[in-house]
Each structure stands twice: as C-alpha cells, then as structure tokens.
Design a binder for this molecule. Structure first.
Ligand code: MLT
Length: 263
C-alpha cells in the first residue's frame, strides 16, 4: 500500500534549462543537476564544512561578489574567509583559489569558508530556476537524502539538467532518471511527459551493472571533456552514490546556497 504522498507527487524532467516551459516551475521544487561536476562539487563543499556557496553566472560577478563581501565585512577578516571557486573550460580560472574538482573542496580547505562559485553550465542552470518555490541541488553523492527531502516536501518536483554548453548530456539525464524512478515508485500517476519517460528508461537501461554505469558517465559529453583533461578521478568520484547526507538549497533572494533543513 503506497502512502498518499507517493500516489500524488508529480515529477518532471527538463533535459536542458532551455526546455523549461515558461511559468512551469512556479509552486514546485526544482532540483538543479550538473553531475560533472558543479552540483557534485557543491555537495562536497557544504558536506566538508563550507558555510555557504554563492553561485555567480560570470567571472565578473564572482569578483564583484568577493569585493562586496570584503567591503561589507571588513577586508582583513573576510578575505581569509572567502574563497573563489569554479572553472572555465574545466580548468582553474586565473586568480581563483579553487577549480571545480570535488577533491579541491576538502575539510581542511573549505571549513568555515564562503565559496564564491562560477561554472560554465551549473551555476547558470541554477539561475534559470529562480521562479521555483524551492531550489535544491542534487548529484549521485547525495541522492538518497535528496529523494527523502523531496518526498517529505510533497510539492511537484522539476529535475533540471544543466547540460553541457547548451547540449544534452547523458550524466545529468541519468541522475534525473534515478531520482524520478524513486519518486514515481508505486505512483498512481502516469509518467508526466516524454522527457521524464526517457530519463527513467535511460536510467533503467544503464544502471544495472556498475561498470556500465561508470562507462555511461565517462562516455557522456561532460565525461569526455573531463577525460581529455586527465580528470577521470573526478568522474569516478561523481559516480559514487550517497557519500553525503547534505542537500544544498539555494536561497535566491540572498543568492546563497546552504544546507537544507529537514522539512
Ligand atoms: C559546469 O558547470 O559547466 C561543469 O561543472 C564543468 C566542469 O565539469 O568543470
């Protein structure tokens, strides 16, 4: 017997931010997905003790955000508390403290720090979700706690894939499928739309065998970019399930990502 929640919760996958229909996110919970690597890395940052992540769409905005934080809170104290992180073309941005590797966000480096963060696709996808009532951040590394928080919330769920350079990418669709499968388990509702159905089918086809699952991430657009940069360790890290319990939540009005409180 299913609970009333699983009987009624609606789930929609958006395979790219550009495929979100105008007005469709209002009143629901959006989950931003950029498995390789922005959302995997944000989970690592908060799980390892960062106070907050401040997502910026451009390098210029990131530098301005750092200057504003330093000014408002006193340059001497703040400079040591604020780190600049992210990537362009997968690599460290000149003058930044951290690249976009989850391994860079270790407890020794990020505990107690605010990370001002800009990436090519992930932080932009986040800003595309600003009309949602709630915005969470998901990756395989926090899958189980994300699903729990979505189930407890009960509002319609929009799984928003960041894609890579405006193109579909398999790793985000794979994760969206994984979340949709769990949320729709036992549901009386028909699968909502073709993108959701395709994500579910893709996950079911590629997740049975762990080597095939990892290879699907490696073969994806984001995975290929990272392999060309010699970053297979990051792909492997991003393929691991449930390393952390933290679910990052973006508070758009203050532009801060912090750990979500259990609903
Ligand atoms: C992005 O947000 O574009 C990605 O996380 C790129 C990357 O893997 O560094």
């Amino acid at each position: 017997m299913c609970s009333p929640r699983t009987m009624t919760q609606r789930v929609s996958v958006h395979m790219l931010p550009s495929l979100i229909e105008a007005g469709s996110l209002a009143g629901g919970v959006s989950v931003v997905i950029d498995v390789l690597r922005a959302t995997t890395t944000i989970v690592h940052a908060l799980a390892n003790g960062a106070e907050a992540v401040v997502p910026c769409e451009s390098i210029e905005q990131a530098l301005e955000a750092k200057a504003a934080q330093s000014q408002s809170q006193g340059a001497a104290g703040m400079n040591s508390k604020v780190l600049l992180g992210g990537e362009r073309h997968g690599e460290l941005i000149p003058g930044f403290d951290l690249d976009n590797s989850p391994f860079a966000y270790s407890p020794e480096v990020v505990a107690g720090k605010t990370i001002i963060f800009t990436t090519t696709n992930g932080t932009r996808a986040l800003h595309a979700c600003r009309t949602a009532s709630r915005v969470l951040i998901g990756a395989f590394v926090n899958h189980a706690s994300l699903v729990r928080i979505l189930q407890a919330d009960g509002r319609p769920v929009h799984l928003v894939c960041a894609g890579t350079d405006g193109q579909l990418t398999a790793e985000d669709i794979l994760f969206a499928g994984a979340v949709a499968v769990n949320l729709l388990k036992g549901s009386a509702l028909p699968v909502a739309d073709v993108q959701t159905q395709m994500a579910v089918d893709f996950f079911q086809a590629r997740s049975g065998d762990s080597e095939m699952f990892l290879q699907t991430l490696r073969n994806s657009r984001g995975g290929q970019n990272l392999l060309h940069l010699g970053m297979d360790a990051d792909v492997q890290r991003a393929s691991q399930w449930n390393l952390f319990e933290v679910v990052p939540e973006w508070h758009a009005a203050e532009n801060r990502i912090v750990a979500a409180r259990p609903t």
